[in-house]
Structure formats: structure tokens, C-alpha cells
Write a protein that binds this ligand. Structure first.
Ligand SMILES: Nc1ncnc2c1ncn2[C@@H]1O[C@H](COP(=O)(O)OP(=O)(O)O)[C@@H](O)[C@H]1O
Ligand SMILES: [Mg+2]
Length: 137
């Protein structure tokens, strides 16, 4: 994935769909970038590629949402995860390999991410709706 530029949620979803087409369905995809950068929007686009067209939202309180489309997708939001105990109680390790795991606020669980994790960073651009999205590992 090269570096992408977007200035609308619609374009962010399109970028996510293109990225989704490169996945097998059992990867761990870790998203980085602060509040309002478009992480959930990106997950929405990615899910739509796999036939999931509703119900995709930030699982901040639930920690993980499960979606069933062409593949299984586990959508995590690690915003409230501050310790290994917290992480274990989400069942995170049991989900690995069971489907596509896509993670918001990956910063909070960096040490727990598998070696082959795909990392994607979102950054604010010059104008209010400008974002760059790039794969960093
Ligand atoms: N280029 C863009 N890509 C994605 N969202 C954008 C963009 N520009 C503005 N937005 C707005 O920013 C917010 C992004 O929200 P969300 O996807 O929930 O972010 P996050 O999950 O990173 O907190 C939405 O209100 C959306 O309308
Ligand atoms: Mg979010």
C-alpha cells in the first residue's frame, strides 16, 4: 500500500476497499492515529468490501465487534486498554487467526501485536478534512 491522500470520508472508504482487496482474511491490521482521523471510517470501507454494509461502529465500550460477511471480521477499539490484564480480558489472543482482526488505538497494545501485523497510520493534513493514510509496516 502506497501513501494515500484523502479529503473526504467517501475517499477514505474507497482507499480502504482497495486495501481490503489485498487481504486474505486472517491478518492483523493495526490502525494508528488520533481521534477523528478516520479509523472507523476506514474499517467501514474495508467491511463493505467483504459484504458487511451496516452496523460498523467504534466498539469503544464493547472493545470488540464481530461482523460476519464473506469473511469474519473482529473490530477492536483499544482506547480503554491500559494493561495486559485488560487485554487478556478482551479475549484478544483467542481471536487471532480466527478472522481478520482490525484494531483502533493500536498504540495501546503495541507490545502484544504479532510479528506480521500490517500497520497503517493516519495523519492530519493541512486542511480540516485532509488526511494521509500509509502503511508503515
Ligand atoms: N478525509 C476524511 N476521512 C475520514 N473521515 C473524515 C475525513 N474528513 C473528515 N472526516 C470526518 O472525521 C470523522 C472521522 O471519524 P472516525 O472515522 O470515527 O475517526 P476515528 O475512528 O479515527 O476516531 C468523521 O466525522 C468524518 O466525517
Ligand atoms: Mg474510531
Amino acid at each position: 500500500m502506497k501513501e494515500y491522500f484523502t479529503n473526504s470520508p467517501e475517499t477514505t472508504e474507497e482507499i480502504a476497499k482497495e486495501f481490503a482487496s489485498t487481504l486474505k482474511g486472517d491478518e492483523v491490521v493495526a490502525l494508528y492515529g488520533g481521534l477523528g482521523m478516520g479509523k472507523t471510517t476506514f474499517v467501514r470501507g474495508l467491511c463493505s468490501y467483504f459484504g458487511i454494509n451496516s452496523g460498523v461502529s467504534s466498539p469503544t465500550f464493547a472493545i470488540v465487534n464481530e461482523y460476519n460477511g464473506d469473511i469474519k471480521i473482529f473490530h477492536f477499539d483499544m482506547y480503554r486498554i491500559n494493561s495486559w490484564d485488560d487485554l487478556y480480558s478482551t479475549g484478544f489472543f483467542d481471536y487471532l487467526g480466527q478472522g481478520l482482526c482490525i484494531i483502533e488505538w493500536s498504540e495501546n497494545i503495541e507490545a502484544a501485536l504479532p510479528d506480521n501485523t500490517v500497520r497503517i497510520e493516519f495523519q492530519q493534513g493541512e486542511n480540516f478534512t485532509d488526511r494521509t493514510i500509509k502503511r508503515i509496516s
